[in-house]
Design a protein around this ligand. Structure first.
Ligand SMILES: [Zn+2]
Length: 182
């Protein structure tokens, strides 16, 4: 079974009225895979370094960084991990080369395309001892939020992507808050 741990719970400027936003930053471990999903945008990258340290991990232990979609609040810190591969909609990058990914990325990590908020959105469905956790970026920003996504590329596709996630997962890690039960 894979392990999933939120390293830094995300937030949006809606939470406080302040103009502050960060994506939820999540760690996924499965056999030899140590993956950070959405390295986010932070006041200080030191925050992510220490969150990893609490998991007894250094920067060089992370071998894959996943970007759920191409909005900068989700990927600004990707340069922190120069040696990790990058998993995103178009492929699995190793430095400047790119390969297609398999939908079944590992035995316990499945990748599905979930367009709507952004045409490049992917979701990880991770099999854990708690059940299946969907790490979905901004398909949901928070629990059932927003009702109407004003940034969505395609509201019809978004609706279908949300349905697909809710049908396939027991838990959701949304783009900008902690995890919730489906
Ligand atoms: Zn977004």
């Amino acid at each position: 079974m894979a392990e999933v741990k939120i390293l830094i719970a995300g937030y949006t400027s809606d939470d406080s009225g302040e103009e502050k936003t960060c994506a939820t930053i999540t760690l996924v471990k499965d056999k030899n895979i140590v993956m950070v999903v959405d390295p986010g945008v932070l006041e200080s990258q030191e925050m992510l370094v220490s969150a990893l340290k609490e998991e007894r991990l250094g920067i060089s232990d992370v071998n894959v960084v996943c970007i759920t979609h191409s909005h900068i609040d989700h990927y600004r810190n990707i340069g922190m991990f120069p040696d990790a591969k990058t998993l995103e909609f178009y492929g699995l990058w190793d430095k400047n080369t790119v390969d297609d990914w398999d939908e079944q990325f590992t035995d316990d990590i499945k990748i599905i395309k979930t367009p709507g908020h952004d045409s490049t959105s992917i979701t990880l469905l991770v099999k854990t001892d708690k059940g299946i956790i969907a790490i979905c970026g901004d398909v949901f920003w928070k629990k059932n939020y927003p009702k109407k996504d004003i940034y969505a590329d395609n509201l019809k596709a978004l609706k279908e992507s949300r349905k697909k996630i809710l049908e396939n997962a027991d838990w959701v890690i949304p783009g900008h808050s902690g995890m919730y039960k489906v």
